[in-house]
Design a protein around this ligand. Sequence first.
Ligand code: NAG
Ligand code: NAG
Ligand code: NAG
Ligand code: NAG
Ligand code: NAG
Ligand code: NAG
Length: 246
Amino acid sequence: MMFNSKLWTGAMLWSAVAAQTAPGFPILASQALGIQFGTNIVQPAGEQIPRPDTASPPNITSAVWTSTGQGVLLMVDSDVPRNGTRVQLLHWLVSGVTLSEESNSSSLIIPSPGEAEYRQPSPPVGDSPHAYTFVLFSQPENFSVPAQFNDVLQSRVFFNTSAFVAAAGLGDAIAANYIQVQNLTGSATTTFPPPRDTGSPTSTPAASSTGVEFPGAAPAAVLGSGRVFWVGMGTALIAGVCAVAL
Ligand SMILES: *[C@@H]1O[C@H](CO)[C@@H](O)[C@H](O)[C@H]1NC(C)=O
Ligand SMILES: *[C@@H]1O[C@H](CO)[C@@H](O)[C@H](O)[C@H]1NC(C)=O
Ligand SMILES: *[C@@H]1O[C@H](CO)[C@@H](O)[C@H](O)[C@H]1NC(C)=O
Ligand SMILES: *[C@@H]1O[C@H](CO)[C@@H](O)[C@H](O)[C@H]1NC(C)=O
Ligand SMILES: *[C@@H]1O[C@H](CO)[C@@H](O)[C@H](O)[C@H]1NC(C)=O
Ligand SMILES: *[C@@H]1O[C@H](CO)[C@@H](O)[C@H](O)[C@H]1NC(C)=O
């Protein structure tokens, strides 16, 4: 939705009560990241954003912050068609995220390029909308990307968010949000697997103490995340699908 300070405030208030990751995404967070592409503020979570607006990485705010003072930011497409099913693709991975020095600002300072440079959403023509989840974690002391993920930082596709979060010791998410992007500018030249199963998560967020309320922010609800595994994929495999876009 277009920028306007009243709506922005409304978005911040509204955001405190909704689940923030894409349906079926393996990580949950109860707090919203503020995501802004140009004049477009993502609200509600999952808003469809025109692809041209996503050329540059968004500006991000968080009403909650981490006691370690630094965060790790991930952006993941969980709808990439590969081998007749839907897999994850890493669009952005940045550690060393901090809060703006400006008094009481909730704007994130996101180093560039980060461990995996921002890649614009590019869903294939004619596919169902892809969900792109942004999720912020508290950065552990001595954080580094576990060696087994070095390859996927390059290839991006077949990323496994749950496995990464566990291996890197990221713990519960601080806050998240997601957008959807679709490309309807032409006819599909291939057959796509069915949309991902986005049924209700099978676990509820667990209480956590990894986040602290940001000074000046509205009272923060308990932060948390749970890990749920996708179900129901792979029942309708379509042979020969090998889409190149993501
Ligand atoms: C982020 O904010 C800066 C400074 O206000 C602005 O120049 C830039 O265009 C913004 N980027 C996006 C993607 O909105
Ligand atoms: C996907 O299919 C390709 C080609 O058919 C194959 O080489 C690759 O191992 C498959 N990948 C997975 C993760 O199944
Ligand atoms: C971080 O690394 C330093 C130097 O290797 C080490 O002394 C310290 O114990 C590490 N801290 C944690 C929390 O692992
Ligand atoms: C992702 O990793 C978890 C273990 O951390 C595993 O249980 C799950 O099957 C993996 N998902 C995929 C799609 O490979
Ligand atoms: C849609 O996809 C085609 C082919 O990849 C690309 O040329 C075009 O720019 C895309 N358009 C939009 C609006 O995403
Ligand atoms: C920051 O927020 C706190 C709490 O709302 C307020 O007391 C303080 O005056 C603010 N500081 C500045 C510099 O705006």
